[in-house]
Design a protein around this ligand. Structure first.
Ligand SMILES: [Cu+2]
Length: 393
């Protein structure tokens, strides 16, 4: 066990939710998880590359090189990312692959369980226009992918000095019948990146007033430096008798498996390489949760929701989130090897009048309107990638 310094985490307050069913219908729209591996495609044709230097307009201080693929099976997937910590530094590999393995949508009735990637199969990658892309956006791939350069507020401020955060953002939209899912990846000038899922469109018919979750089931294949020598750790904070301590312990005792996010521990997962920065410290990335709560579902084959984080060793054909309980039953080692991190991000959608629901005279829902986007996601933050504060004087 090692002691680690504490990096401040962003934490959403757990929201208490109350289920209100106003629907007179008894829905029976049930889909099962996919039996095939969705979206399994080897790298090669169909992979595109973007290099973005920061600050925008120069002179260059840092840069991201990002490869992506966009097709109707995986939606928008990052197929490699490298970061440059300075104008004279080489590219450091950060990511081999990140994508949504599944979007699971369980409704509060316990019957309607939709797998919007694996089993629905009816979705498409939507085309966007300049109205989608906004003033700083560019359309790629006949409009299927939007590339934006975003100003993301203050990154650092000290009296009369300031640094604005700038992001290279790629996003695409999956059309899944009544819902549109926005998959968004943002690569920031300081080496951090975030992945988000936005759920929007229109509420499911006959379920317009029923609470439900949109779970983004992410497969995150970090490759830090030499990918054969990465290790997974769980990082926790605890205060006892007025003094706080940080602990860094091997994830699940160094064996593949799951872990639970604990709000009182600021739980994070650290993927550490065997490479050191110029200060002699190991380079790692930490998954910083941005969450409102932790769902636990008890339906058929829903054990994958019983943990918030999972780590497995890399195996090319282990791609499907729902199969995680079977994968980890092999109890393979997840230290000093090529590891894959899996993470469930949840958006609870309790319909409201703003979703455009009217109740008719017979008590049945009459729907006129839209479901505004609800977002969930996570941030990956570098640790000891730089040997000093990046970007600043
Ligand atoms: Cu919803």
């Amino acid at each position: 066990m090692r002691k680690g310094r504490f990096a401040a985490g962003l934490l959403g307050a757990a929201a208490a939710v109350v289920f209100l069913s106003l629907s007179a219908h008894s829905p029976h729209t049930t889909a099962q998880p996919s039996k095939v591996r969705p979206g399994l495609k080897p790298p090669g044709p169909g992979i595109y590359e973007i290099v973005q230097e920061f600050p925008v307009g120069g002179p260059m201080q840092t840069a991201w090189k990002v490869r992506y693929a966009a097709n109707a099976r995986v939606g928008l997937m990052i197929a490699g990312a490298w970061f440059k910590t300075g104008p004279r530094d080489g590219w450091t590999k950060i990511l081999e692959n990140v994508r949504l393995s599944e979007i699971f949508v369980p409704y509060n009735d316990g019957e309607t369980r939709l797998y919007d990637i694996g089993a629905a199969g009816a979705y498409s990658l939507e085309r966007h226009t300049q109205a989608d892309a906004g003033p700083n956006g560019k359309l790629l791939h006949n409009g299927q992918v939007v590339r934006e350069l975003r100003d993301d507020g203050v990154l650092w401020k000290y009296y009369n000095q300031v640094r604005r955060a700038q992001d290279l953002t790629l996003w695409a939209t999956l059309g899944a019948t009544n819902y549109n899912y926005i998959t968004e990846y943002s690569f920031r000038c300081d080496g951090s990146f975030s992945c988000r899922l936005g759920s929007t469109g229109k509420n499911l018919s006959n379920h317009e007033t029923m609470g439900h979750m949109h779970h983004g089931c992410w497969r995150i294949d970090l490759d830090l430096g030499d990918p054969q020598h990465n290790s997974a750790y769980l990082v926790k904070w605890a205060e006892r008798k007025g003094k706080a301590k940080d602990t860094v312990e091997p994830f699940n005792n160094g064996v593949e498996g799951g872990a639970v996010w604990n709000a009182e521990e600021f739980t994070r997962v650290r993927i550490q390489s065997n490479q050191k920065n110029a200060q002699g410290n190991f380079t790692s990335y930490e998954l910083v949760p941005l969450r409102h709560g932790s769902p636990r579902h008890r339906g058929h084959r829903e054990e994958f929701t019983h943990h918030d984080f999972w780590v497995t060793p890399y195996v090319w054909n282990e791609q499907y989130y729902v199969n995680l309980p079977q994968y980890v039953a092999k109890k393979r080692r997840i230290t000093d090897t090529n590891v894959v991190l899996w993470y469930l991000t949840s958006a609870y959608h309790l319909p409201r009048d703003e979703d455009g629901i009217f109740l008719g005279p017979n008590g049945q829902a009459q729907v006129r309107g839209v479901a505004l986007a609800t977002w969930c996601g996570f941030e990956m933050r570098p640790r000891n990638l730089f040997e000093k504060s990046p970007l600043y004087p």
